[in-house]
Write a protein that binds this ligand. Structure first.
Ligand code: FE2
Length: 227
């Protein structure tokens, strides 16, 4: 298990969010990931505090996972359960938030709202980090290049010990590629995910990782996840 064979962010579980619509799509997505070199999948369906309880979400996630397992195929990647938690005010007060994370790697994937940067966002993340003692991963940092300026990004990059996740589609956009290069140059911990949702507009593209990051040596904080 390594940086180069693990998809840290994807929506392949069937019928739980805006990802795989059914088990057929789910299996096809997983098959594509496997063909692209994925050996470990961190399944990260969307979780929104105000639309459902943690326990209800976990129940749905378990059922979706079991359906995939009933249909498992030879050479299927290992699947770990987690979620992509939408960051909102007072999220740090949510009970059982730890259970939404990847408990085998002790990570928590948080998604910043797609709106102009505000200071509360970083404060909330720091509070969650402090309370849960879990490794925070900030989802798809590339998504905000058109709405954040350098100062906003610097604020987010100042979160102690956070890991910054990029979608592999970021390599096909000049501004987000520039951000990846900056983080590598300044030695920030980064990792990648396909964030795949479907078989058309957002399909698995894990092959981009090996192509784009050939000589990369993952940051110590990222390496530690695999120990
Ligand atoms: Fe996502």
């Amino acid at each position: 298990m390594s940086f180069f064979d693990t998809d840290f962010h994807c929506h392949v579980l069937p019928g739980i969010d805006d990802g795989a619509a059914n088990i057929e799509v789910s299996l096809e997505l997983i098959r594509m990931q496997a063909q692209q070199g994925v050996k470990n999948i961190v399944a990260t369906p969307h979780y929104r505090m105000h639309s459902q309880s943690v326990q209800h979400f976990l129940k749905k996630r378990k059922a979706a996972y079991e359906l995939v397992m009933e249909n498992r195929f030879d050479g299927m990647p290992n699947i770990m359960l987690a979620s992509e938690i939408a960051l909102e005010r007072n999220l740090s007060e949510l009970n059982d938030i730890e259970q939404l994370g990847n408990t085998s790697m002790n990570t928590l994937l948080l998604e910043l709202p797609f709106e102009p940067y505000r200071r509360w966002m970083v404060e909330e993340i720091e509070e969650i980090s402090y309370k849960t003692k879990m490794q925070i991963i900030v989802a798809h940092l590339d998504r905000y290049v058109d709405i954040y300026d350098t100062r906003d990004y610097n604020d987010i990059l100042s979160i102690p010990d956070a890991i910054f996740q990029f979608n592999l589609s970021a390599f096909s956009k000049r501004s987000s590629k520039k951000l990846i290069k900056r983080l590598i140059k300044e030695d920030y911990p980064i990792l990648f995910g396909t964030d795949c949702h479907n078989l058309s507009s957002r399909k698995p593209n894990f092959d981009v990782l090996a192509r784009s990051m050939k000589k990369y040596e993952p940051h110590m904080l990222v390496e530690r996840l695999f120990e």
